[in-house]
Design a protein around this ligand. Structure first.
Ligand code: NI
Length: 171
């Protein structure tokens, strides 16, 4: 396992659509392990493959936020698809790839997701609350969509200016 570098906006790879995984093999399992380690190291509650520069439809999620390894609740999904949504919910979201930005993002309250697990077995997962939000956030990544796409164009352009300034100051 390895901690990988998390790509940040405006990197092109974050704007590309990740490709469907057609072969579940050791490479995909290694990718999942790297993504999990990178997520826990950040720390974050979710990560999509695009964020470490891999255009494959793989996400990892763990909203338990437990430091102890034995208490972790890692969910790794390959080719996740949202089948059903219900209700509305919004919490303040941040993203490891969108620096210096936190906003309430309108989402569905509950989701039903189908995917393959790390061994290629089909699974269905129904989620609500934070877990449902993180799933929507990570699946957005696989489609090249970021949290800044869910806010007004004014907020987005203010963010772009702010980011530019912050990055210049860091140099
Ligand atoms: Ni994100």
């Amino acid at each position: 396992m390895a901690i990988r570098k998390v790509t940040t906006y405006p990197a092109d790879v974050l704007r590309r659509k990740a490709k469907t995984v057609t072969e579940i093999d050791g490479n995909i399992q290694r990718l999942i392990d790297d993504m999990a380690e990178t997520m826990y190291n950040a720390p974050g509650v979710g990560l999509a493959a695009n964020q470490i520069g891999e255009l494959r439809r793989v996400i990892v999620v763990d909203t338990a936020q437990e430091e102890e390894e034995s208490k972790r609740e890692l969910i790794a999904l390959i080719n996740p698809e949202i089948l059903e949504v219900e209700g509305k919910h919004a919490i303040e979201e941040g993203c490891l790839s969108v620096l210096y930005f936190r906003e309430e993002i309108p989402r569905s309250e509950k989701v039903l997701v189908k995917a393959l697990d790390r061994h290629g077995n089909p699974i269905e997962l129904s989620a609500e609350g934070i877990q449902a939000i993180v799933l929507q956030h990570e699946i957005d990544h696989l489609n090249g969509v970021l949290i800044i796409d869910h806010v007004s164009s004014l907020k987005r352009s203010l963010y772009k200016q702010r980011l530019k300034k912050m990055l210049q100051e860091k140099k």
